[in-house]
Ligand binder design. Structure first.
Ligand code: ARG
Length: 467
């Protein structure tokens, strides 16, 4: 092979590729990550070619044996990747030809790098999605388990980050869980569109060989061959869908992270994170920083960036394949890695959260969190809601002046604002009474939280089994 003219397409060229251009256009530095999928796809392609009579059985076997050996070389780190050979496809094919001679050059019959790369990425994405599914499941199971254990733990619920009404910590965790359940559905949904096979589209128009795309699809576990050859080589919707799944997931993880960071602060003091998830400060000896949730919160930005890169990459591209598409890999790979790392961090950390129950309870007790309960109490006794709102507002103003929560006031003090208030008011002014009263599906009552946790676990199991 000439130094800088690529052997697989150098035929019509009269001068070698400029050295910078060779480096600029090469993708092998990052697409070598697709080697296993590339080999898997090539083995299926060769098997199909032999089945339809384009390759002999001997040729097929030589190709499969050669590729299997190459896979071993790559796994052992012995494979020498070459930049002049441009990409993962031509590196592997060149090595195959080196090993088995002319038969290696037959592997590319009825195929193009355009349908080959589209197939490789889809195989890679399918594996990635399955790994993400496993981590997401582990995280959801851990979260549901913690919610169940903390079904009776009372904390303040917030709106506008101001104490609103008491909720149970279990209920809060199940709210997180709902976010993740939707993410999980989006992941499974994306997988359906990932699992379609481009192979056979060749460069863009299909191929003149009598290929059987159903055979290849079946060998590779794809649900079906892509319907249109032009679309098959150019479509990267699945990558954008995956990046949007990832962006929404990271948005959720960033919200959880933000709460964890707040809760570990001395000002909130709601939870402790075990030391193994935190780091210290080199200057302030007292510090224990919640680095893991902070970093997850920070990584959200790069994932949003990848979504924007992919959307912009595909914008205005004419059919069919364009070299632009080579730019899809790095954002995709980094999205996969980031999602897997963040999910692992959360799946390890969430079950280890140590709630500081007294501190949470105390915070819920401050801030008049049962004010709505008092209003509802008055309404049940026949007061119109707007009037009840006004009465409670006056009681709160009194409490602020006297530094007393509603439940700490005497009956006489409360009765200054309404003579409808009777001794039974204290049943609703306690935090336990307040949460227990929200006893309907979706409510924060401990019994509802326990029921919701077991439904969530069932739904998780059923959903995964249905895939
Ligand atoms: N490296 C290319 C990519 O990542 C695959 C080869 C595309 N085909 C071509 N004729 N340049 O998309």
């Amino acid at each position: 092979m000439s130094q800088a003219t690529n052997q697989s397409w150098g035929g019509r060229f009269s001068e070698p590729t400029d050295a910078f251009v060779a480096r600029f256009t090469a993708s092998v530095s990052f697409d070598q990550r697709l080697a296993a999928q590339d080999i898997q796809g090539s083995i299926a392609h060769a098997t199909m070619l032999a089945r339809v009579g384009v390759l002999s059985d001997e040729e097929r076997d030589a190709i499969i044996d050669g590729l299997t050996e190459i896979q071993g070389e790559i796994t052992r780190g012995e494979f020498e990747w070459s930049v002049p050979l441009e990409d993962v496809h031509m590196n592997i094919e060149a090595r195959l030809t080196q090993k088995i001679g002319i038969t290696g050059k037959k592997l590319h019959t009825g195929r193009s790098r355009n349908d080959q790369i589209a197939t490789d990425i889809r195989l890679f994405m399918r594996d990635a999605i399955d790994s993400i599914d496993a981590e997401l499941t582990r995280l959801r199971e851990g979260m549901i388990g913690l919610a169940e254990r903390e079904a009776d733990t009372i904390m303040p619920g917030f709106t506008h980050l101001q104490t609103a009404q008491p909720v149970t910590f279990g209920h809060h965790l199940l709210a997180w869980q709902e976010m993740l359940a939707r993410d999980h559905e989006r992941l499974f949904d994306t997988r359906k569109r990932v699992n379609v096979m481009p192979l056979g589209a060749a460069a863009l128009a299909g191929t003149t060989y009598p290929i059987d795309r159903h055979v290849t699809a079946e060998l590779l576990g794809f649900s079906l061959p892509a319907e249109n050859s032009l679309d098959a080589v150019s479509d990267r919707d699945f990558a954008i869908e995956f990046a949007s799944f990832a962006s929404i997931l990271l948005m959720h993880l960033s919200r959880m992270s933000e709460e964890l960071v707040l809760w570990t602060s001395a000002q909130f003091d709601f939870i402790d994170l075990p030391d193994r998830f935190c780091t210290g400060s080199s200057i302030m000896p007292q510090k224990k920083n919640p680095d893991v949730p902070e970093l997850v919160r920070g990584k959200t930005g790069r994932v949003y960036g990848h979504l924007m890169s992919l959307l912009t990459l595909m914008k205005s591209q004419p059919l069919a394949y364009n070299k632009d598409n080579q730019e899809d890999k790095e954002p995709l790979f980094d999205t996969v890695d980031t999602v897997l790392d963040c999910l692992k961090a959360f799946a390890d950390m969430v079950p280890a959260i140590e709630p500081k129950k007294e501190s949470m309870f105390e915070a819920a007790r401050r801030g008049f969190s049962t004010a709505t309960d008092l209003a509802d109490y008055l309404v049940r006794k026949g007061v119109a809601f707007r009037d009840a709102h006004e009465i409670v507002g006056q009681s709160v103003a009194f409490g602020l002046k006297e530094k007393k929560d509603l439940s700490e006031m005497t009956l006489e003090e409360l009765q200054q604002f309404s003579d409808t208030i009777e001794a039974d008011v204290f049943d609703v002014l306690t935090l336990e009474g307040s949460v227990a009263a929200r006893n309907h599906i979706g409510g924060t009552a401990p019994d509802q939280v326990r029921a919701a946790a077991s439904r969530a676990l069932e739904a998780l199991k059923a959903h995964r089994e249905a895939q």
